[in-house]
Design a protein around this ligand. Structure first.
Ligand code: 5CA
Ligand code: ZN
Length: 408
């Protein structure tokens, strides 16, 4: 599928501003902050949208977190190989299409385009590989065949299930105990009670054709892919095994990332990703912002209301990516004020040291992407009228662009 156009990211080393230090981020599988500092190229997979009701601020905050990670990697001198999927066929999308009387393909295309436009406006680095579920059906079928070859697949009616006990390491991504898994599984698309399953946590790999729903003719019969195998297949295809980071919001820790990793590991006998990184949940009106509840603040609505996309980006950056937080409407005004202050500050003819500011932004971001600390450093620099560096405005502007993605 078509991706969107990436913003230019200045290379600070080309401007004789040195390179940054290693990225350190919280990995759910080791339950701690770990350095992610590969040689040469960092490989990243981030779970993409299911294209209906895009793009709310929760989505935007999650993709912004992985945009920051890529900026830290690039500043370190790494290339980044970035893949993201679009779940362009799945139950919630089909249900929405039916409920609104829309063709599911048109709904998916419309919302994916809206998402691309929002990502472009927010200056979010685009994936080199932007891949839909529909265009990955062959890869999914291949991966299910590999799982079948090692005895990890069984049939319930005409549907195919993954036997989670085929993976000795099942549970290591989330670290959840079975009781927690059983509680969460049905809330996030699982079907623990379906008769005929070997274990309640076994997950769907392939749904046989259902009347009135889209399906594809394959050697598994007519049907469509399950959700978790979609991301396993796309990530393995584009990034290979043991890639650096599997990312998404914290609602994907279990079952989605657990299942994708298990399926990939059982099929390849290799680790899926080296680290699993999750953004916190953005709430609104007291609950998680979600398409199913409808308590959404859309990026496109804020843009249409005349808010500068850079102010929207700044409002999101004011929260640490890993915390759960709630959106209040007045945050956009504070961000607009901050943006104006920063614009004034970089336009000064003399200012405090730009290189010290750069060092502070680098230190904050390499420490588990601490954007609020980076924002505080820029605020302090902008408020300080003591020093006399004629280069400072230019250095600050390019550093803020490269590392925080804010165009001043
Ligand atoms: N298509 C699947 C992933 S393969 C999916 O979860 N799609 S989604 O549209 O529901 O969510 C897209 C991304 O936004 C996911 O990474 C999800 O974790 C994240 N997300 C969803 N709601 C929120 C929220 N309220 N706050 C932060 N991130 C969110
Ligand atoms: Zn996914």
């Amino acid at each position: 599928m078509r991706s969107w156009s990436s913003p230019g990211v200045p290379r600070l080393s080309d401007l004789e501003l040195g390179t940054g230090s290693a990225a350190r981020v919280f990995d759910s599988s080791s339950a701690g902050v770990v350095p992610i500092d590969p040689e040469g190229t960092a490989r990243l997979y981030v779970c993409g949208i299911t294209p209906y009701d895009a793009t709310h601020l929760g989505h935007a905050a999650t993709y912004l977190a992985f945009d920051l990670l890529q900026r830290v990697w690039r500043d370190r001198g790494l290339d980044v190989s970035y893949t993201q999927n679009v779940t362009d066929v799945d139950d919630p999308l089909l249900e929405r299409a039916t409920a609104t009387g829309m063709d599911w393909v048109e709904l998916a295309e419309r919302e994916t385009q809206l998402f691309r436009d929002d990502m472009t406006a927010l200056r979010i680095i685009a994936p080199a590989n932007y891949i839909g579920a529909v265009e990955s059906i062959e890869s999914v079928v291949d991966l299910i065949d590999r799982l079948d070859a090692v005895g990890a697949v069984y049939r319930v009616d005409d549907d195919l299930y993954f036997d989670v006990h085929a993976d000795a390491g099942f549970g290591l991504v989330s670290g959840f105990d079975e009781e927690t898994m059983l509680r969460i599984f049905p809330e996030r698309g699982g079907d623990p009670e379906r008769p005929g399953k070997k274990h309640p946590l076994d997950c769907l790999l392939w749904l046989a054709e259902r009347p009135g729903e889209p399906s594809w003719e394959t050697r598994l019969g007519r049907g469509r892919p399950g959700w978790h195998i979609e991301c396993a297949a796309i990530a393995l295809d584009k990034l290979g095994t043991a890639f650096d980071v599997q990312g998404g919001g914290s609602d994907l820790v279990f079952p989605h990332h657990e299942m994708s990793a298990s399926e990939a590991t059982v099929a390849t006998h290799e680790p899926f990703a080296n680290a699993y990184v999750h953004a916190g949940m953005v709430g609104y009106e007291g609950e998680k912002m979600s398409k199913s509840k409808g308590n959404l603040v859309l990026v496109s609505k804020l843009r249409a209301d005349g808010h500068d996309p850079m102010a929207i980006r700044l409002a999101l950056l004011a929260h640490h990516y890993r915390s759960d937080w709630e959106w209040f409407g007045d945050e956009i005004e504070s961000a607009e004020k901050r943006l104006a202050q920063w614009r004034d500050a970089v336009a000064r003819t003399v200012a405090p040291s730009g290189e010290s500011l750069l060092a502070a932004i680098r230190a904050a971001l390499s420490n588990d992407l601490d954007a609020p600390a980076a924002l505080a450093a820029v605020d302090a620099w902008a408020a300080d009228d003591s020093a006399q560096d004629p280069q400072a405005g230019r250095t600050a502007k390019v550093a803020i662009d490269a590392l925080l993605g804010i165009a001043l």
